[in-house]
Design a binder for this molecule. Structure first.
Ligand code: ADP
Length: 605
């Protein structure tokens, strides 16, 4: 099903109503030329206004939005009301005021329905962006497509307006049919009475008066005889009052007077005078004429077609979209599937399904390309790590020889200046050896070749004191270094070499970056494990770098003049994580940093 033409037909329905209704309502009606054309032109003008208003609304607010259906509904009811008014008051038998009141009622009901539809549609649309809290465990929105309710509300609104139009229109039409009957009867009565009067002798005024009096029944009919060029007084009055003389009928005039609506018929008498019959058009209450039934059925069909068409289109659309959504969800569950969404129709929905499939295929191709690239990058990365590991290993041997011979040289007979030079070479050698070890560690970790932990019950306090002792020679002048253990520490099963390396790195960093103040190594039991803090009064670390310093090669800007590789913390965090512990930093810029190392209790403790 091609949707566009169907939707176009749906959109054309309101204006079509506007065109069809006046024709239908005025077709069999009184031959009142100006009223019929006035009604028809009025309806056409209202349809034009509806279309114009739709165009303006689209331009201002776009084709979507809750006002979309509500606006059409309001315009439709206005057109319908205008038509009903023309029918009821223009010649259909209801007085102007009564017709006007009915029309106002119709407009009010139509606009009320439009307002109700607007509120309901707006509310259901507001629900459309679903809050996270409403999503189910799989992250999906609840299955209540708001679109369906939009169609339902529109259909209900249209049905309401249709019912009003039908009701008011049929009353007006029945009154119109009754009026036409009265006009025909009064015309026949005039002819008949004129024939009777002409039969009487010219001087028998008494019997003439008797005939005329007999005609007057309950004020519904009045009869009088006037000179050829004269008219009854009430008709003269109506002719002089603007708007009171409504229209001419084939046999007389229709007038609206303060006392009611009358039809005047005249017939020439043999003596040259004229007989006038005045019939009250509203005297009989309106009853739906039986011959009105086919017309009413036609109207009912017409007005029911709109909600029906809306319902069918809405159902088709929401069903197709629902199927599409299900297929798409299935595709998402199974991962990219090239023929994921079935293309069932050759229309806009089918186009959408095809477009989705194209997108899925493109995503599939893109994923494959990325996977290939990733594989390539991984291979390069592994090769780089292997090269680094090999190179660092090769560097270690000569470096060990250099530092070893320096040590030997220091024990031989050297003068003081030579001793100092050799000691400088030895410390630079050790520093270099440290860097090479770090590179070796990180490349092994990256290549996934780092050795497993060698855990054993460890006296952590003793370990802390060893670290402090080893680093004692690095404490700068003006910095106070202390170790404080608040309570006996539990013996934890850890890899002492790696924990020692971690602590040496943390303490080494603190001593390296602190120029004045103090560096403290605190430790205490915590939750069955151990909490170690390395506190310093160094330059501090910017807040946005408290995490990135644990990435490889990351060094804080402005601290690069201090020797280092940017690998120590990355390795340390890796070691701590291997133990199931945590390593994190806190810092106040310009005041100092605290590194927290938390080792959990043993798993089997
Ligand atoms: P390295 O010390 O070799 O540069 P690390 O990985 O140990 O490498 O540290 C990374 C960076 O984190 C350091 O370069 C420094 O900028 C910052 N940093 C580490 N510890 C401290 C500290 N105690 N005070 C200030 N900055 C620190």
């Amino acid at each position: 099903m091609a949707l566009r033409p169907v939707l176009a037909c749906g959109a054309a329905l309101p204006p079509l109503w506007g065109l069809v209704l006046p024709h239908y309502l005025l077709l069999d009606d009184l031959a009142i030329g100006p009223a019929r054309w006035g009604g028809f032109l009025g309806a056409v003008a209202a349809v034009g206004a509806t279309l114009g208003a739709r165009a303006v609304r689209r331009r201002l607010a776009g084709p979507q939005g809750p006002h979309h259906s509500a606006w059409d509904l309001a315009m439709l009811s206005t057109v319908a009301a205008l038509v009903v008014w023309v029918q009821t008051s223009g010649g259909g038998g209801l007085p102007y005021l009564e017709g006007f009141a009915l029309a106002l009622l119709d407009v009010a009901a139509g606009w009320g329905a439009a307002l109700g539809a607007y509120v309901l549609i707006a509310r259901s649309r507001r629900r459309a962006p679903v809050a996270d809290a409403e999503l189910d465990a799989a992250g999906r929105a609840p299955a209540h497509p708001p679109m369906r309710s939009v169609f339902v509300y529109t259909a209900l609104g249209l049905a309401l307006v249709a019912a009003i139009v039908l009701g008011v229109g049929s009353v007006g039409r029945a009154a119109g049919a009754r009026a036409q009957q009265i006009i025909q009867q009064s015309t026949a009565l005039a002819e008949l009475t004129a024939a009777v009067l002409d039969e009487l002798p010219a001087d028998d005024d008494a019997r003439r008066g008797q005939v005329l009096d007999t005609l007057v029944t309950h004020g519904e009919v009045a009869a009088s005889v006037h000179a050829a060029d004269a008219r009854p007084e009430s008709l003269e009055e109506a002719a002089a009052t603007p708007g009171a003389l409504l229209a001419s009928t084939p046999t007389g005039w229709l007038c609206q007077t303060p006392r009611g609506r009358y039809h005047y018929v005249s017939h020439a008498l043999a003596d040259g005078r004229r007989l006038w019959i005045r019939a009250d058009v509203q005297a009989t209450s309106a009853v739906i004429a039986p011959d009105d039934a086919p017309g009413l059925m036609l109207l009912a069909l017409l007005v029911l077609a709109a909600p029906l068409a809306t319902g069918i289109v809405g159902r088709e659309l929401t069903m197709d979209l629902g199927e599409l959504t299900t297929a798409l969800r299935r595709a998402a569950d199974r991962g990219a599937d090239v023929a994921a969404v079935p293309v069932r129709s050759n229309d806009e929905i089918g186009d959408l399904a095809r477009a989705i499939n194209e997108t899925l295929r493109a995503r599939e191709a893109e994923n494959a390309r990325l996977a290939r690239e990733l594989e390539g990058a991984d291979a390069t990365d592994r090769a780089r790590s292997r090269f680094l590991a090999g190179a660092s290993h090769e560097l270690r041997t000569p470096l060990n020889a250099i530092t070893g011979y320096c040590h030997l040289l220091q024990q031989s007979a050297l003068n003081e200046a030579q001793q100092e030079d050799v000691s400088l070479i030895e410390s630079a050698g050790h520093q270099l050896l440290g860097h090479v070890d770090e590179i070796l560690d990180i490349s092994r970790i990256e290549a996934g070749e780092d050795a497993p932990l060698e855990r054993r019950p460890t006296d952590l306090e003793a370990l802390l004191r060893q670290v402090a002792q080893a680093r004692a020679k690095d404490v700068p002048a003006g910095v106070q270094f202390e170790v404080r253990v608040t309570a006996p520490l539990p013996r934890l099963c850890v890899d002492p070499l790696r924990i020692r390396q971690t602590l040496e790195n943390l303490v080494g960093n603190a001593l390296k970056f602190t120029r004045a103040g103090r560096v403290q190594l605190h430790a205490g039991p915590a939750g069955g494990g151990v909490h170690i803090q390395v506190v310093d009064t160094g330059p501090g670390i910017p807040t946005d770098e408290l995490e990135t310093i644990f990435e490889e090669f990351h060094r804080v800007e402005g601290q690069r003049q201090v020797a280092g590789t940017g690998l120590g913390l990355a390795i340390a965090r890796r070691f701590v994580t291997q133990h199931g512990g945590q390593l994190r930093a806190e810092s106040v810029l310009g005041q100092g940093s605290t590194f927290h190392l938390i080792l959990p209790p043993d798993a089997d403790a």
